[in-house]
Ligand binder design. Structure first.
Ligand code: ATP
Ligand code: MG
Length: 558
């Protein structure tokens, strides 16, 4: 994995600085984030968003949100709306209204005609398989299409017929005429236009020919005056084509430069819209916003603060070689952020009844507990304490194991912010399971201190049974058990964790009943951070546990 202990020298920022020093773009910095609206944004996109918007912010430039909507078959308005919202949620404001590559279809078409007239593009009648086979391969010569020698006049006529509906779908394509023997396969006469009678979300049925990524992307950058067109490493081979296309045109502004950086890969995580979509359509998860999904939607429902995601991206930095980052690092940023912001509350997620036999009948004592020791300004709250409580099932053992210091027969423990109790008896069901623990309490220990100074070895959390709020709590484990899913050469799905979600009926302290904002994250003491569901106030999602697993990984490595 990348060295994360020092901030890696960011070659893109150095490049932008150098460009500013030489006034390469008249001193301007203008980036864009260019999603294809064919899925929801995921944690990988967040890296690109933080980089593109971050550069604009840092260098006093601008950043557009541009939809790369050139594939009407797979694109949908649902995704457009979600992407706009998710970029905002992550904390960034695009310059002006969102842009769309489809807004430039007329200009792109005109430029294609210019290419044809200049003898730099031709109409090919061959099918996709033939074209692909003729490309050859590395060290394998390409084969020129028999249509490559068509005259510009003939090509222009055919291209206009393609546009006007003269041919069935896929019957013809427009190809750049570059070099079928180029070492770079991208330059072996790539396809620039294809025929698709598919209505487009924005242009309806105005167009039946659509530009490919290679023809749309660089030209859209040029139209918008983008200076630094940042993309991921798999486009490095496309850069020569990107430049070639732009060199054929008379541009309104400077020629943008494409810069590639390494994608973000995370352990136990797939970051590919196609694969994430499969999880949704095969109903392995509940939707794009399932809290187990590495989508911005999913992480938001799970309770990840946007600030933690941004801080994580900052830490990971920008590199030129691919690497994989441990998901525990992301989680440690989430935990660190929540530690300072989340209120502390008590909740019991696997309830066992405690009856305090010497508690005065019907008495309710209000005890005071801190809202967040990390932030004293948040003050305290009052919690009702009564003679019947819920505690966590695993905070009691009938026959305590060695080093088990929590409640067991004859053992005294502290109930957080409440009293000391000692277990005296249990009620068992027919199978010998403990269904109730009887205890006595010491009335002198209110607030959790004994006046005689005696100590207890454990403090456990609790909720008054009479006041408890019922809730559903979801605990999550990794969606994929393999560190890189499918690393053994199998399909990712074969390493799906069948136990990635566990659902429990929990008892909450009354303050959790109705006073949380949708999505608000609180710390359930001793259990972790939990987010109130965005729609259902009595459903909670465990965001992260309390243990810093990243620190443990670092220790093991040291
Ligand atoms: P996917 O592989 O998930 O389909 P994509 O690259 O096809 O992703 P786009 O909508 O084209 O999805 O991505 C928009 C931008 O986000 C692109 O500039 C792309 O390079 C960037 N991006 C996508 N995935 C990652 C990632 N894992 N790390 C960094 N940047 C990414
Ligand atoms: Mg893409």
């Amino acid at each position: 994995m990348a060295s994360l202990d020092t901030t890696p020298a960011d070659f893109i920022r150095e490049r932008v600085q150098a460009d500013q020093a030489t006034s390469a773009f008249g001193g301007r910095v203008h980036t864009r984030f260019p999603p294809e609206p064919n899925g929801y944004l995921h944690i990988g996109h967040a890296k690109s968003i933080c980089l593109n918007f971050g550069l604009a912010e840092q260098f006093g430039g601008r950043c557009y949100l541009r939809f790369d909507d050139t594939n009407p078959e797979t694109e949908d308005i649902e995704y457009v709306d979600a992407i706009i919202e998710d970029v905002g949620w992550l904390g960034f404001t695009p310059e002006g209204e969102p842009r769309y590559a489809s807004d430039y279809f007329s200009q792109l078409y005109e430029w294609a005609e210019q290419l044809i007239v200049a003898g730099r593009a031709y109409v090919d009648d061959q099918d996709a398989e033939t074209i692909s086979a003729q490309r050859g391969g590395f060290g394998k010569p390409g084969v020129e299409s028999p249509h490559r020698t068509r005259t510009p006049e003939e090509n222009l006529g055919l291209f206009r017929q393609m546009r006007d509906g003269g041919f069935p779908d896929s019957a013809k394509v427009l190809r750049a005429k570059i070099d079928m023997q180029a070492d770079n396969m991208q330059l072996r006469d790539p396809v620039l236009y294809r025929i698709r009678r598919v209505p487009h979300v924005r242009t309806g049925d105005t167009w039946i020919i659509y530009p490919t990524y290679d023809w749309a992307h660089g030209q859209s950058d040029a139209i918008e005056g983008i200076t630094h067109s940042i993309c991921t490493l798999e486009f490095a081979d496309h850069r020569a084509l990107y430049d070639w296309c732009l060199e054929q045109l008379t541009l309104p502004s400077h020629k943008p430069e494409q810069i590639e950086f390494a994608r973000l890969n995370l352990t136990h995580t797939v970051t590919s819209k196609r694969k994430l979509k499969a999880l949704v359509t095969e109903r392995i998860v509940d939707g794009w916003d399932d809290p187990r999904m590495p989508t911005l939607r999913g992480m938001r429902r799970r309770g990840y603060p946007a600030a933690a995601i941004r801080a994580f991206m900052n830490r990971v930095g920008v590199a030129k070689t691919n690497s994989t980052v441990e998901i525990e690092l992301l989680e440690s940023f989430v935990r660190a952020e929540l530690n300072t912001t989340a209120l502390r509350r008590m909740a019991v997620i696997d309830p066992l009844r405690v009856v305090i036999t010497n508690w005065p009948d019907g008495q309710v004592v209000m005890v005071e507990a801190q809202n967040n020791p990390e932030d004293p300004a948040t003050g305290t709250r009052s919690i009702p304490f009564t003679g019947e409580l819920w505690i966590e099932r695993d905070d009691f053992m009938l026959e305590p194991a060695p080093k088990y210091y929590r409640l067991s027969p004859g053992r005294e423990v502290r109930l957080r912010a409440g009293f000391f109790i000692t277990a005296t008896d249990v009620v068992l069901d027919d199978d010998g399971n403990v269904t109730e623990v009887w205890c006595v309490y010491d009335p002198e220990t209110l607030g959790g201190q004994a006046p005689d100074g005696r100590k207890v070895k454990a403090t456990i959390h609790w909720v008054s049974a009479a006041h408890a709020v019922d809730a559903t709590v979801h605990l999550y484990e990794r969606l994929f058990t393999d560190p890189p899913p499918g690393s053994d050469g199998t399909d990712e799905l074969s390493s799906l964790n069948p136990a990635s979600r566990q659902t429990l009926a929990a008892k909450l302290e009354p303050a959790l009943g109705d006073r949380l904002e949708p999505g608000q994250v609180v710390q359930f003491e001793r259990l972790g951070y939990f987010a109130a569901d965005l729609d259902e106030p009595t459903v909670f999602h465990r965001t992260v546990g309390l243990r810093d697993e990243w620190a443990n990984i670092q220790k093991r490595k040291a």
